[in-house]
Write a protein that binds this ligand. Sequence first.
Ligand code: GAP
Length: 445
Amino acid sequence: MLEDSVDLKTITSLCKRRGFLFQSSEIYGGLASTWDYGPLGIELKNNIKASWWRNFVWSRNDIVGLDSAILMHPDVWKVSGHVENFSDPLVDCVSCRKRWREDQLESKNCPDCDGELTDVRLFNLMFETNMGPIKDENSSVYLRPETAQGIFVNFENVMKSMRLKLPFGIAQLGKAFRNEITTGNFIFRTREFEMMEIEYFVNPGEDEQTHLKWLDDFKNWYSDLGINSDNLRIREHKKTELAHYAKATSDIEYKFPWGWGEIQGIANRTDYDLQAHSKQTGQKLSYFDEKSSKHVVPYVIEPSAGVDRIFMAILLDSYHEEDVSTSDGKSDKRVVLKLSSELAPIKVAVLPLSRKDVLSNLANQIHQEIKSSGVTTGIVEYDDSQSIGKRYRRQDEIGTPICVTIDFDSIDDKCVTLRFRDTMEQIRVPMSNLTEQIRLNLKNV
Ligand code: GAP
């Protein structure tokens, strides 16, 4: 484990205990490396995706969205080079039969039992299935291993319908599937995951400069999400690592507990995909430049991020354990997820001090008022179980930025207590000013 970082077991256990992630098909013993996002997990995941969409589609004038089908014409994957090249080198141990990725091994023998390894076989990572009732090679289709191809084959449709001028981008997020040989490290490498991809089309010659600009834009976005920049770095691919379509790629890596790992790649895909699809289909996939009166096949810069890996990086980065003293003067530990308000699964928790009707009536009224005020589009939770201390701890552990506590004094003085997660500071505010106070502290999320 790296210094100062929380270990994976702690995060995995928090995720299960608090409803962020569960093992898929758990009551059947689970299915390896597949995970289900629970009620709080889906909120955090949706908030990450919404932030990406807000930043890279809504806030810009040069990027539009798309949601293409997961199943595509099988020729797409032949022409894109995925049928031939999208494979990992696989070796098996002849003694213990364990399977390894040859490019991840440090020795020539099995890392588990030191047994001899077989020759390398190339293993294609695409999941193949059949469309329609007959199972033969003519009915075979693939689950997409990247969302990017849906963008390339729609290049002309999107450009024409939206009257786009270079440079412009098409953004898409959605599920992708890879039959990975080695999975693991929780949700870091799974067989079903979600991607957020932008294909940004530029004039050839402007590609290298644009590539650098995208690296900066994404570094800034990760900082805005609240990830500590010391835990991020950029790593340029060596020529031997480049994907079959890339001229250059830089990864944005996060310092995970086991070491640095990619959360996003930013590749220069040149005109590889548009040229290949154009050649195969006979469709002109180019842009008419009015100034030069010439057709150009644009180059593509592709920022491609994994939602699940960002989700995990955010959980690790926001996790803190703090020593605190209890009301009776003893010392205790509190776990707090210091998530930005934008990402927090629950934005505000309403906590009546007692379940007595006189308090719960008032608390329910306040809960409804906050919900209908539009001060947040996220969850406003009502919780009247357990002691107030335990309820604060639970809200800290799931990252709720603000708690509103209603006590017996509230009935007479028409004030409630606002308690802030990070500082644990408590302030008393008039109910008439409550939503405004929440608005100021949540910054409208
Ligand atoms: N279209 C470009 C592309 O597919 P990639 O680097 O193979 O590039 C992009 O994938 C991102 O998708 C990665 O940076 C990573 O965050 C995520 N990703 C890739 N394989 C994954 C897997 N097996 N499990 C979880 N996330 C994965």
